[in-house]
Structures are given as structure tokens and as C-alpha cells.
Design a protein around this ligand. Structure first.
Ligand SMILES: *[C@@H]1O[C@H](CO)[C@@H](O)[C@H](O)[C@H]1NC(C)=O
Ligand SMILES: *[C@@H]1O[C@H](CO)[C@@H](O)[C@H](O)[C@H]1NC(C)=O
Ligand SMILES: *[C@@H]1O[C@H](CO)[C@@H](O)[C@H](O)[C@H]1NC(C)=O
Ligand SMILES: *[C@@H]1O[C@H](CO)[C@@H](O)[C@H](O)[C@H]1NC(C)=O
Ligand SMILES: *[C@@H]1O[C@H](CO)[C@@H](O)[C@H](O)[C@H]1NC(C)=O
Ligand SMILES: *[C@@H]1O[C@H](CO)[C@@H](O)[C@H](O)[C@H]1NC(C)=O
Ligand SMILES: *[C@@H]1O[C@H](CO)[C@@H](O)[C@H](O)[C@H]1NC(C)=O
Length: 553
């Protein structure tokens, strides 16, 4: 098996040397139930490429530089209304472990690129198409199709996991010793859903920026966009002014932590004075002047405020100060994102003619009453997962402008209220990490250049000009710099992560020279610069401290 470095050396698991099945459809078919068929198998040589079928429109990228493995896709038909497919990479050099990876948005497709990162560690790695075929921003497949929504909500993942584990066992002639999950965004939601509904499926779950509160997230996505619409309104802030806002936010909030380095470490501790952006009377070009009109400042304040509706009901947290570099996604067009307005259309069955300008709180109420597909991962009672020895590691970028950072903190605090009142401490099994300056799941603004890479879900796929050829944290493949290895060390050896180290290269695509590394801390602790002439770009110059109210809402 492959050697994996934890904080301390890991004693090797018994190695199951080689595959007992050949990589052919008939060999696998014999181990499958009658409603499951092998769509194809492919033997990929070491340093080879897996050619993704062109029909897999949600994840078209073919991963390169793979370890030698057997790739297989299996189609399962449940009923005339319900079917799903999953892909599985079975590396020759197996680490005796199973890994499932997740999806993004409403994508219906097999995430072969994230599977490649998993195979790089030696995991038998699985991804499901969630039971439909679409790109991430297309929800039309869900219209009046509750069975498909349920497959998307939780069923395709769980049933794919169960079957993929059986296939893995048949292939290697022995069960996986440990099972893991890694996903971000919808993938984060899928991980939490598994923890809540099927706590036996995984020993350890890594869930990033989880889209866990579907009924509120999708409706807020409409609400927040409407603040900036229509585009010809005097209060509309055009996307070309978002960098102007970001620059002012950085100017006011960067130094709050005592260090002016471009990175806002605590957006909620900044008392932002938006009126500093107000245009004077003679401005002809706002972009060059770098200013906002009074009505635009009103819009800015709404975007930076929690969504609270009828009777002071909290619906969804704000976009944080410092998230502006990613605002174009939800706020930069002449309509809200399809991730928002197609939800009432195709999940709430209001139909394609439903007009997002008719949005009001009754839509949130309808969503909460019906929760189509049972997508919400809102069962905060994680006692079963804890009791079976499960470990949950979540994270969220503080500059995420697709899913508000505060929604993960809200989830954490809800679990804390549910279990803390029963005398259960979360620290031994559930830790949440806030990542200052990280956008949605990966990346950082060019003005901040915050360290953001720690081998979270989907991150490795953004590195390298040869997609899929990178896994873990190049040069730092250990339990400090790689959240998945940290999770394994915690699950298998009880090495609870006191911090993680995030990395930023000069050019993240090239994985060239390490520019910055910084500790990220378990919420509500935060990273503090030690000062005294230390180099802020070195992780050792930061320590986790405090019980800070970083994102209280
Ligand atoms: C398996 O499912 C995929 C995706 O739905 C489909 O394109 C393919 O034709 C199916 N293969 C078989 C053998 O049924
Ligand atoms: C892997 O394949 C790439 C592209 O074919 C090639 O450039 C590279 O040298 C190969 N690496 C090894 C270690 O064989
Ligand atoms: C998914 O739909 C597209 C058309 O939108 C089609 O080209 C593709 O073959 C379909 N893929 C599968 C797996 O059915
Ligand atoms: C304002 O200036 C910017 C930057 O020079 C330019 O790109 C933009 O077109 C100008 N806008 C107007 C309305 O003239
Ligand atoms: C708001 O509160 C009033 C008074 O308690 C109640 O009658 C009404 O139903 C509430 N509305 C909503 C949407 O909860
Ligand atoms: C919400 O919108 C619907 C449809 O436009 C309308 O019938 C209803 O009265 C509105 N409800 C509220 C609380 O404004
Ligand atoms: C990083 O390198 C890639 C590939 O050479 C290049 O396309 C990209 O512009 C570079 N990015 C930055 C921020 O320099």
C-alpha cells in the first residue's frame, strides 16, 4: 500500500497486494445485482489519461497523469422514474481505503476530475452522477420529478456508496479498511446528508462550503440578486464597480488584525463605513473616480446584511466584507443566477414562466413546507455519527460569494446547541475551519492573495496544466497541509487537527514557488500573527487563539 504521512508516522495497514478481478465488464458484472450493469471498464496505465465520455457534460475534463488503475462506470436502474450511474477508479497500488467525492451546484454527472485526486493517494475512489444529466446551473430536469429530486437530494449518493464498496471488495478480494468522503459546495451538502442519514457509510467526512440549507440558500440567491436589480435602476451597482468596493473594504478592514497584508482575517470585526465611497458632485466616470452614488451605497449595505424577513425571521446570512471579488457570479448579471430562480420554477414546480420579480417570503415558506427531494441537510443531531467513531471536518472560505460563509458557522452553532445542551463536546468529532480570503471552495482574489490551498475537495483539480495529475499538497504531503490526510490521521490515529496550513503559490496553476503559508484554525478560534518581526508568510508566525465571535449573526 502507499505510505501516507500523518503528524506522526502511521503504522502500515495490512496490504492487500493485487486485484483479484480483471478489469473487464464481465468480471464485474458477476458481482452486481440484476438492475446494475457495467457501462464500461478501462485499464489506465501509469501516468495515463482517462478519456471522459463526451456525454458527461457536467464534468468534461479528462484527468491526466493518473496512477495505473481500473476505471469502471456502473448504471443502476431503480424504477422507470429513478436511475443513476457512478464511476469508480480502482488503483493498482491501493491504500486499502475507500473515498467518495461529491458534486457541485445541480450538476448531474460523474466527477472524474476529483476522482483523479483521490486515486493519486491510492484510494478506491467513487463519484455518482446523482441520478440526472445536467450542467451545474441547470435545474430543469427536476420539474415535477420528485423521484429524481430524491436521487439528487441523498439517494443516489448513498446507494452508489453501498454498491461501490461491494465492487471495491470484489476487485481487491477484501474490504476497504476505512471509508472517507470529500466534497465541496453541493458536495459539502452531500457529505453532511450522509453523516445525518447514513452515519455508517463513512468513518471520516471532509465537507467544504456546504450548500446544506437548500430551501434558504436557493431563495436567498434570488433575494440578494434582486437588491441589485434591475440593471437600469439608480441603485444598481454594475460589476465594473465591484473592484472599487473591494479596494475600499480592504483599505478599511485589512489592518484590523494588526497586519496590512491584503488578507482580511476577521470580516465581522470590521466596522465598515460604506459612505467613504460616496461620489462627489462632479464625477463623470465612477470607475475612474472609484466611488458609489448614495442609492448604490444603500444596495451595498443590503448585500452586506443578513436576509431577515417577516417577523424578524432569519433566513440566510450576508455576503461577508471581502467577498466582493466573486460578486459577479450572483450579482453581476441582469437576472439572478439560475441556481436561484430555477429553484422555484423546477423544484417548487411553479414552472418556467414564474418571474423572479414576484419573489417574496411566501416562496421561502413554500420551500420549507415541501423541501423537494429532502435536500436540506438540517438534522443537527449528529449523535449517531459521533457514536460510531465518525470524524467530521468542515471548512468555508471567508470570501465565498456563492454560499455565505456564515451558513457553515450557523450549522456549527446549531449542532453545538443541539449537542452541547446534552453535555456533548463537539471538539472530539467535529471541527470547522474558516479560511480567510478563500473564495467558493478554492481560489482567492488577486488583491488578497490569501493562502487557500489545503487539498480540499476540487482544489487539486485547479492546479497544474495537466488536469488531474496533482493530488495532495505538492511538496507538503502531510497531515498539516492536506486536510484529507489530517482527517485520516484524526479518524485512524486520533490525531485531532489543532490547525491546518493553507498554501499560496506565486502562480497556483503552475504550483511554482510557495509564496505564503498560514494557519487556519478550528472555529471559533482564529489565527493571530505573533508579530515581533516574524515573517507573516510563514505558517509558524501564526497561532490559533481566542474564542472569537468571528461570524456571529
Ligand atoms: C449508462 O448510463 C449512461 C448515462 O446515463 C448512458 O450514457 C449509457 O448509455 C449507459 N450505458 C449502458 C450500457 O446502459
Ligand atoms: C507522463 O506523461 C507526460 C505526458 O505524456 C510526459 O510529459 C511525462 O514525462 C510523463 N511522466 C513520467 C514520469 O513518465
Ligand atoms: C446529457 O445531455 C446532453 C444534451 O444536453 C447529451 O448531449 C448527453 O449525451 C447527455 N448525457 C448523458 C450521460 O445522457
Ligand atoms: C469609465 O472608465 C473606465 C476605465 O477607464 C472605462 O473602462 C469605462 O468605459 C468608462 N465608463 C464610461 C461610462 O465612460
Ligand atoms: C407574523 O407574526 C404574526 C403575529 O404573531 C402572525 O400572525 C403571522 O402569521 C406571522 N407571519 C409569518 C409569516 O410568520
Ligand atoms: C407574495 O407573492 C404572491 C404572488 O405574487 C402574492 O400572491 C402574495 O400575496 C405575496 N405575499 C406576500 C406576503 O407579500
Ligand atoms: C499562471 O500561469 C499560467 C500558465 O502559464 C498563466 O496562464 C497565468 O496567467 C498565470 N497566472 C498568473 C496570476 O500569473
Amino acid at each position: 500500500m502507499k505510505h501516507l504521512k500523518f503528524f506522526t508516522p502511521l503504522s502500515l495497514l495490512p496490504s492487500i497486494a493485487s486485484a483479484t478481478l480483471s478489469c473487464t465488464p464481465s468480471a464485474f458484472q458477476a458481482h452486481l445485482p440484476s438492475n446494475a450493469i457495467v457501462a464500461f471498464t478501462r485499464s489506465v496505465p501509469n501516468n495515463g489519461t482517462f478519456e471522459v465520455p463526451t456525454s458527461n457534460i457536467a464534468y468534461p475534463t479528462s484527468p491526466e497523469g493518473l496512477p495505473a488503475l481500473c476505471a469502471i462506470q456502473i448504471n443502476v436502474t431503480r424504477s422507470p422514474e429513478s436511475s443513476f450511474s457512478f464511476g469508480l477508479f480502482l488503483p493498482q497500488d491501493w491504500n486499502s481505503r475507500f473515498l467518495a467525492v461529491g458534486n457541485g451546484g445541480f450538476a448531474g454527472g460523474i466527477n472524474y476530475l476529483d476522482m483523479a485526486a483521490g486515486a493519486g493517494y491510492g484510494f478506491a475512489t467513487m463519484s455518482t452522477d446523482t441520478g440526472h444529466n445536467s450542467t451545474s446551473g441547470d435545474l430543469s430536469w427536476a420539474f415535477e420529478a420528485e423521484e429524481r429530486r430524491v436521487d439528487f437530494g441523498w439517494r443516489a449518493m448513498h446507494e452508489s456508496v453501498v454498491l461501490a464498496k461491494q465492487v471495491t471488495q470484489a476487485f481487491y478480494g477484501g474490504e476497504a479498511e476505512w471509508s472517507y468522503y470529500s466534497g465541496c459546495s453541493t458536495g459539502g451538502r452531500q457529505g453532511l446528508k450522509e453523516v445525518q442519514m447514513f452515519p455508517e457509510d463513512f468513518d471520516g467526512v471532509l465537507a467544504g462550503a456546504p450548500a446544506w440549507w437548500t430551501t434558504h440558500l436557493q431563495t436567498w440567491t434570488i433575494r440578494v440578486a434582486l437588491h441589485n436589480l434591475p440593471v437600469d435602476a439608480e441603485w444598481h451597482i454594475p460589476a465594473e464597480l465591484f473592484p472599487v468596493v473591494e479596494a475600499e473594504v480592504l483599505k478599511q478592514c485589512d489592518g484590523e488584525d494588526g497586519l496590512v497584508d491584503g488578507v482580511i482575517m476577521g470580516p465581522r470585526r470590521c466596522d465598515f463605513f460604506a459612505e467613504a465611497l460616496l461620489c462627489g458632485p462632479d464625477v463623470v466616470n465612477q470607475t475612474t473616480a472609484g466611488c458609489l452614488t448614495a442609492p448604490q451605497i444603500g444596495t451595498l449595505e443590503k448585500i452586506h446584511s443578513d436576509y431577515v424577513d417577516v417577523n424578524q425571521t432569519f433566513v440566510f446570512p450576508r455576503l461577508e466584507l471581502g467577498s466582493e471579488s466573486q460578486w459577479s457570479v450572483l450579482l453581476g448579471a441582469s437576472t439572478p443566477s439560475t441556481l436561484g430562480y430555477e429553484y422555484p420554477q423546477y423544484f417548487l414546480d411553479l414552472g418556467p414562466n414564474w418571474d423572479f420579480y414576484n419573489f417574496n417570503y411566501s416562496i421561502v415558506e413554500l420551500a420549507d413546507r415541501t423541501d423537494p427531494g429532502n435536500c436540506n441537510a438540517d438534522d443537527f443531531d449528529l449523535r449517531q455519527f459521533r457514536a460510531r467513531g465518525g470524524k467530521l471536518l468542515t471548512y468555508h472560505g471567508a470570501s465565498d460569494a456563492l454560499i455565505s460563509t456564515g451558513s457553515s458557522s450557523y450549522f456549527y452553532r446549531s449542532v453545538l446547541k443541539t449537542l452541547g445542551s446534552r453535555g456533548i463536546d463537539l471538539d472530539p468529532f467535529y471541527r470547522h475551519f474558516l479560511v480567510p480570503g478563500m473564495q467558493h471552495c478554492s481560489g482567492t482574489s488577486e488583491s488578497m492573495n490569501a493562502p487557500w490551498y489545503f487539498a480540499g475537495a476540487g482544489q487539486a483539480g485547479t492546479l497544474s496544466s495537466r488536469p488531474g495529475s496533482v493530488h495532495s499538497t505538492p511538496g507538503f504531503e502531510d497531515g498539516e497541509h492536506d486536510a484529507l490526510i489530517a482527517l485520516m490521521g484524526w479518524t485512524e490515529k486520533g490525531l485531532a487537527p489543532e490547525f491546518l496550513v493553507a498554501t499560496k503559490w506565486r502562480n497556483d496553476t503552475l504550483v511554482d514557488e510557495v509564496w505564503r503559508q498560514r494557519k487556519i484554525c478550528p472555529y471559533p478560534r482564529r489565527a493571530r500573527f505573533v508579530g515581533g518581526g516574524a515573517d507573516p508568510d510563514v505558517a509558524g508566525s501564526w497561532r490559533c487563539e481566542g474564542l472569537y465571535d468571528m461570524v456571529a449573526q
